[in-house]
Design a binder for this molecule. Structure first.
Ligand code: SAM
Ligand code: SF4
Length: 446
């Protein structure tokens, strides 16, 4: 039996693709291994969102090739870098045997066989099969208790800095009936929490939404949220939301359904209208704050997190000050702060990257400090309160402790035995750090 080792870089969508790739290979008779040195097939599922992620890939190829004992093994590059670079990858690294684009992952077994049959420069960047199977075997899920479900692929937004519309193609929504079918299977298998995934979930627009006809909602996405809530899945989260398409009815749907979790990830990218326009985000800071105010006025206490890019071309000190001001207003429970990374092929790549590395660094550190202060305050507000936590895994940092998430997506560690894994427990918070809460079980909920 041939052994396959797969490593995943980047976002949750890549993690989800990897789950399906492994499902398919396992059912095709391959053995999945964690040991790269012994593998007959090495697959790297890549990310191209920032330059650093791409560089990491070439470093990993070198490391893997050095440690492998099986010199007849084959190496395949999958995912976003594969889609963008295609056959030029063979020139960049002669160790690569085949390249499989983001929509070609359903044909991974064919690519592997082709490479073993001696064709060592195989490329498949074609479209997804009409009957592509979106299911994931229980054995190949990244977590036995949390399931990822793509609801929309690709992106039509073309924000000027972003490579995703090129690496993932145009938006295509998965039929609601297929999404619901998968959720019902996951429920039966004991999954307690699902994440509906997409670059922009709010753009969800299936060709035929007849299976959503019985659900109210101002948009197909808010109808889908209500339909998913009706499956009875314990917890439902969704990511990523796009400010322009974030309809207030999403907040209403959350208020109406306890199992729709109290967390919204709403990337803003900048606090300056001038920069938002240059980024072609399609929202102003005023529109964004309206969304934030609606979420904050919700009957439920909904956590808001965001993404931000520091040092976009022509970002002045005043633009950056506007970003800091906006952060102080929004009081985000979490923020991914990125330094702008020019991506070849995007419109922003042709703009002059004129914010120096030093300035980017200074602004990054300042915003990080502002965010850390806010986060500490928010996390401390949980002290001596009880929160519901899904016990997901054994903590790697503190022995004898379990680790999981609240419905508002905070990480909580607490002492507990292994048999609690997969259970939702009430934890009283006794200690808070800037990214993690610590506590003790107060009572158990099945
Ligand atoms: N679709 C989501 C959205 O619209 O916000 C996010 C997609 S992207 C994979 C995740 C994050 O990476 C973005 O929110 C953005 O902050 C960041 N990002 C994308 N392109 C970038 C670039 N060229 N340089 C730095 N950060 C970037
Ligand atoms: Fe990229 Fe913008 Fe699409 Fe998000 S919405 S994936 S940032 S182009």
């Amino acid at each position: 039996m041939k052994k396959v080792y797969l490593e995943t870089f980047g976002c949750q969508m890549n993690v989800s693709d990897s789950e399906r790739i492994l499902t398919q290979l396992e059912s095709g008779g391959y053995q999945i291994t964690d040991d790269e040195t012994q593998a007959d097939v090495v697959l790297l599922n890549t990310c191209s969102v920032r330059e650093k992620a791409e560089h990491k890939l070439y470093t990993r190829i070198g490391q893997i090739r050095k440690t492998q004992t099986n010199k007849n093994s084959v190496l395949g590059i999958l995912g976003c870098v594969a889609q963008l670079e295609g056959e030029t990858l063979f020139k960049k690294s002669p160790a690569i045997d085949f390249v499989l684009g983001t929509k070609a992952v359903g044909r991974v077994a064919n690519a592997i066989e082709t490479a073993f049959n001696g064709n060592r420069n195989f490329v498949d960047l074609s479209d997804r099969e009409a009957d592509y199977d979106w299911s994931v075997a229980a054995s190949q899920r990244h977590s036995p208790f949390v399931g990822f479900i793509p609801i929309i692929e690709g992106c039509n937004k073309f924000c000027t800095y972003c490579i995703v519309p090129f690496s993932r193609g145009r938006e295509k929504s998965i039929p609601a009936s297929e999404i619901i079918r998968q959720i019902l299977i996951l429920r039966e298998q004991g999954i307690k929490e699902i994440h509906l995934l997409g670059q922009n979930v709010n753009s969800y627009r299936p060709i035929n939404d007849s299976s959503l006809a019985n659900f109210k909602g101002a948009t197909a996405f808010s109808k889908l949220l209500r339909a998913v809530a009706a499956t009875g899945m314990e917890r439902v989260k969704f990511t990523t939301s796009f400010p322009r398409d974030f309809h207030p009815d999403i907040v209403d749907a959350i208020n109406e359904n306890e199992n729709l979790c109290d967390w919204v990830h709403l990337p803003v990218q900048s606090g300056s209208n001038r920069i938002l326009k240059a980024m072609r985000r399609g929202h102003t800071i005023e529109n964004y704050l309206e969304r934030i105010d609606k979420i904050k006025k919700s009957e439920r206490k909904i956590s808001i997190t965001t993404d931000i890019i520091i040092g976009f071309p022509n970002e002045s000190l005043q633009d950056f000050r506007d970003t800091v001001k906006m952060f102080e207003y929004c009081q985000f429970a979490g923020a991914y702060i990125f330094k702008y990374s020019p991506r070849p092929g995007t419109p922003a790549f042709n703009m002059i990257d004129n914010v120096s590395a030093e300035e980017k660094n200074e602004r990054f550190l300042e915003l990080e400090k502002v965010q850390r202060f806010t986060q500490q305050k928010i996390f401390q507000s949980y002290l001596n309160r009880s929160v519901e936590v899904l016990a997901e895994k054994i903590s790697v940092k503190r022995s004898g402790q379990l680790s999981g998430h609240t419905t508002c997506q905070k990480v909580v560690n607490f002492p507990g035995a292994k048999d609690l894994l997969g259970k939702i427990v009430s934890v009283e918070i006794l200690e808070s750090k800037s990214n993690t809460l610590y506590g003790e079980i107060s009572s158990r909920k099945q």
